[in-house]
Design a protein around this ligand. Structure first.
Ligand SMILES: Nc1nc2c(ncn2[C@@H]2O[C@H](COP(=O)(O)OP(=O)(O)OP(=O)(O)O)[C@@H](O)[C@H]2O)c(=O)[nH]1
Ligand SMILES: [Mg+2]
Ligand SMILES: [Zn+2]
Length: 353
């Protein structure tokens, strides 16, 4: 993001009263700024504090739990004298997933609306969309399913129809991402104080949308493979960009897998209809399988509920439970390790005395 302009203000990068209210708890000299990029060794913030837009992450943030570490979209407080980051303000939302290596990975903080991007071609996959939706709903973020490449599809309407089955409260917008003047439907979600995140596989047109919505080419894009519509992982790190109508948009690398971290409430919110049916089953602990008096099976039999959605609901619930147990176990193990390190250090101090 352009950070050299002296006129850049907090409002330009999505500042809200909810963050302003938190400032009272901190020393007055600390200055707020937003993390617009995270590099291996440091952070890029905007607006710059005392001319500085690069901040080193203090070691103390690495010994804390993963969720306490600063991520893109976070509002942080900087000491103008030293340039050091002193605190991360309380977030209004957090998008996270389980990384392929099994750790919780933070994707973005303080997002209002997530554009879950998919294309009208062989990349389209309802189960994948349900994964993103569960995570986004769990974080209390407004989801919008954005179908790109309507201009290249013979049967765009069939993709739109499928996407509309994802949930009554999930808006679906179909666009040609290359046409900036046809993106009014998306621009409606943007505006002062609004932060948008783009999520989706490689090649679906996330960076293309950023460029069209920003009105200039700020992100590199690249054609997809002709044989299977797969992208080439063009974007390699997450970054926030200012929108001309106010607010910011976060571009992120295409994700190969989007595994749920804890997202139980999100799964429940996405499949609210199934959970409501479940309350009408004869048995409280009905597994919606072969039990008599099962309202969920009855809905399947009558055609009111789609068998695919039920299977998806079960799969995501199981995955979520498994992940939660694994993360809790890892957490306990690292805590135990920390205790042992501390004890060993205390022991070695004693010997020195
Ligand atoms: N015709 C058409 N092409 C599009 C559309 N959206 C994106 N593209 C093209 O699809 C290709 C991939 O777009 P990108 O914006 O690079 O995709 P991305 O989602 O950012 O991909 P990664 O950065 O790899 O995650 C580019 O060649 C775009 O021009 C669209 O709506 N219509
Ligand atoms: Mg990209
Ligand atoms: Zn049942």
């Amino acid at each position: 993001m352009e950070s050299s302009s002296a006129s850049l203000e907090l409002n330009d990068v999505g500042w809200k009263p909810v963050f302003q209210h938190q400032l009272a708890e901190f020393p007055e000299q600390l200055r707020p700024a937003r993390i617009v990029e995270v590099q291996r060794s440091g952070l890029t913030i905007s607006p710059p504090v005392d001319g500085r837009s690069e901040v080193v992450i203090a070691g103390k943030f690495f010994i804390q739990e993963v969720e306490a570490r600063p991520t893109v979209g976070d509002w942080v407080l900087i000491d103008p004298a030293s340039g050091a980051m002193q605190a991360v303000l309380e977030r209004i939302s957090l998008i996270k997933r389980l990384s392929p290596s099994g750790d919780v990975q933070l994707i973005a903080a303080n997002i209002d609306t997530a554009f879950i991007v998919t294309s009208c071609n062989s990349e389209f996959n309802l189960a994948r969309l349900e994964r993103y939706l569960s995570v986004v709903l769990d974080a209390d973020i407004q989801p919008v399913v954005v179908l790109t490449k309507v201009d290249t599809a013979d049967d765009a309407q069939s993709y739109i129809d499928q996407a509309r089955t994802l949930g009554a409260h999930v808006p679906v917008e179909a666009v040609n991402a290359l046409k900036a003047n046809e993106l009014d439907a998306l621009a409606g979600w943007c505006g002062p104080g609004q932060s948008i995140a783009l999520l989706g596989s490689s090649g679906v047109g996330k960076s293309t949308l950023v460029n069209s919505l920003c009105g200039e080419s700020v992100q590199h894009t690249q054609t997809v493979r002709g044989d299977d519509d797969k992208g080439r992982h063009t974007t390699t790190h997450r970054s926030l960009h200012m929108l001309p109508q106010g607010g910011v948009i976060l571009d992120s690398p295409g994700m190969r897998e989007f595994q749920l971290a804890d997202a139980e409430e999100g799964v429940g919110a996405l499949f609210e209809d199934i959970e409501q049916l479940g309350e009408q089953c004869r048995f409280n602990d009905c597994g919606h399988d072969t039990e008599p008096g099962c309202a969920v099976r009855a809905a399947i039999d009558s055609g009111a509920l789609d068998e695919r959605r039920l299977a998806s609901y079960f799969k995501l619930l199981r995955e979520e439970q498994f992940t939660r147990a694994t993360v809790a176990e890892r957490h306990a193990r690292s805590r135990e390790f920390g205790k042992r390190v501390k004890a060993a250090m205390a022991g070695s101090h004693k010997k020195r005395d």
